[in-house]
Write a protein of this length. Structure first.
Length: 510
């Protein structure tokens, strides 16, 4: 019986992203691969530029396993750097330009890149890369890639080679670099196709920054499966409207709470009826139920009731679509394809159905650990399972109901309260839009819940909202105060999710 002695058999079982893109470039040479308001590149031209960059980096001494850093907004060159790194087996550290300069310095020091790439937009941050070969995007970079590549290095990457590093917030305040392998990227694309988020040859609008999973995963999946990527530097409303009006091959459109309202308002202002989509939206828990119905009715497409993470991609629970025009009674989720899920208590014991437990995951979409942080990596994995830190309840139907982050508990009078328990009740109120519950220090109870809400419908008072909640959740879970905020005043991260820490700080200043 044959046994894999050197890993060759295992390597042969999974193609790399570089191989999948090269195959698409041969089969779809004249099809558009990248498009933006400034122009487009065919697969043939994109592949030639990627080969030229890979050849240059190879001649410059960049070896398999080394890191390169990139600090840039979304643009064609960003994709070219990712694909050249994929060919060489190098790893691209995607720096988050929203971080402060000291945080960026920590990220650069963590990954120790051999070469860096910089957009003119962030020229003031060039000192971050002092001592490194630095390529600036622009005319000189274009001349380099437009030259004949000469001897193009063969694809050197192996499936477990890191493709990119995405930085997530850490509990200590220092960003953690999640290492995403080529195996994980290919698996994420495969799961996305099997679960209906993507179809071969479809067009995707990449507006989320490519330092984020939503930007990189979807861009690379689209190119690996022969589609076209419309590259935008953020949610440019008019460019998105143009695409939604004229593109006839759109697949999934990612929407986040903050920009969804702005996009729908601009579509209405311009009188645009969008072209058909395969699906729309993500992270349904962040939106009011009626808003989900309005969005899906407009786009005549189901809403992706997803739950994922930087470390896991769309796994563990993104297999459910909410039908168009429906305001769902619940947001229970279906496990993603190729995901194995357990719910456990603090001692690692499986909890019965109906009881909250931390979700543990096995999936080929998983990351390879946190770069340069062995202790954080060891903490994230337990007995062959990835510990997500997210709490769910398994329903009798087998579906998963999201509860909250394990580490964000409100401990009030000895009882544990998950903010999402309160948020889901308030989101059903027809007069409310955004809803976020945070904790506030309390001399009697230790901590108490406070709700921040956006008023959209008829006038309603804080007392009226408390009465609305009464009887739907236990009395100790009732908010001790309700604060009204305008939609634009909710502090959000790049995915549109409201950040609780600034709201807690607001309460402390009262």
């Amino acid at each position: 019986m044959p046994t894999p002695s050197d890993g060759a058999q295992r390597a042969a079982a999974i193609p790399t992203l570089a191989e999948l893109f090269e195959a698409q470039a041969r089969q779809r040479a004249d099809a558009v691969a990248l498009q933006s308001p400034q122009g487009s590149l065919t697969y043939k031209v994109l592949a030639r530029r990627v080969e030229a960059l890979a050849a240059h980096l190879h001649r410059s001494g960049l070896n398999r396993g080394e890191r390169l850093a990139i600090l840039s907004e979304n643009r064609f060159e960003y994709v070219e750097v990712l694909l050249a790194a994929a060919r060489l087996g190098a790893t691209c550290a995607c720096l988050n330009w929203r971080l402060a300069e000291p945080e960026l310095r920590d990220c650069v020091a963590l990954v120790t890149p051999s070469v860096a790439f910089l957009s003119p937009k962030f020229e003031t941050l060039a000192p971050l890369f002092d001592g490194l070969p630095l390529h600036r995007f622009g005319e000189a970079f274009d001349r380099l890639l437009d030259a004949h590549p000469g001897d193009v290095p063969p694809i050197a990457a192996q499936p477990e080679d890191g493709l990119h590093i995405l930085f997530t917030s850490g509990t200590t305040g220092r960003p953690k670099g999640a290492l995403i392998s080529q195996r994980a990227v290919v698996a994420r694309g495969t799961v996305a196709v099997l679960d209906g988020a993507f179809r071969t040859g479809r067009t995707h609008i990449t507006w989320a920054p490519m330092f984020h999973q939503m930007g990189t995963d979807n861009t690379l999946t689209t190119l690996a499966f022969g589609g076209k990527v419309i590259v935008l530097d953020g949610p440019l409303l008019d460019a998105m409207c143009d695409a939604l009006e004229h593109e006839t091959n759109l697949g999934w459109l990612g929407l986040t709470p903050g920009m969804a309202d702005e996009l729908l308002a601009r579509l209405a202002e311009r009188g645009i009826r969008p072209q058909p989509l395969d699906s729309v939206g993500s992270m349904a828990d962040l939106l009011p139920r009626q808003r989900i119905a309005e969005i899906t009715k407009l786009f005549n497409a189901p809403f992706r009731n997803s739950f994922g993470a930087t470390e896991a991609g769309s796994a563990p629970a993104s297999g459910h679509l909410i039908p168009a025009g429906v305001a769902p009674d619940d947001l229970d989720k279906i496990e993603s394809t190729f995901a194995r899920v357990r719910l456990v208590d603090d001692e690692g014991r499986d909890v019965p159905d109906g009881q909250p437990g931390e979700l543990l995951l096995r999936s080929p979409t998983l990351f390879s650990g946190y770069w340069g942080m062995p202790e954080a990596t060891a903490e994230a994995f337990r007995d062959g399972w990835y510990c997500t830190g997210d709490v769910f309840v398994r329903q009798p139907t087998g579906r998963l109901a999201y509860v909250d982050r394990k580490k964000y508990l409100i401990k009030t009078g000895g009882e544990n309260v998950y903010p999402a328990e309160i948020e889901q009740v308030l989101r059903k109120h027809p007069a409310l839009g955004e809803v976020v519950v945070v904790r506030r220090r309390d001399p009697r109870w230790g901590e108490v819940p406070v709700a921040f809400v956006e008023l959209r419908g008829e006038a309603v008072t804080a007392a009226g909202l408390l009465e609305y909640c009464r009887g739907k959740i236990a009395n100790y879970k009732l908010p001790k105060a309700i604060r009204f905020l305008a939609a634009e005043d909710f502090p959000r991260n790049v995915t549109g999710k409201v950040m609780r820490a600034p709201l807690e700080q607001l309460l402390e200043r009262e």
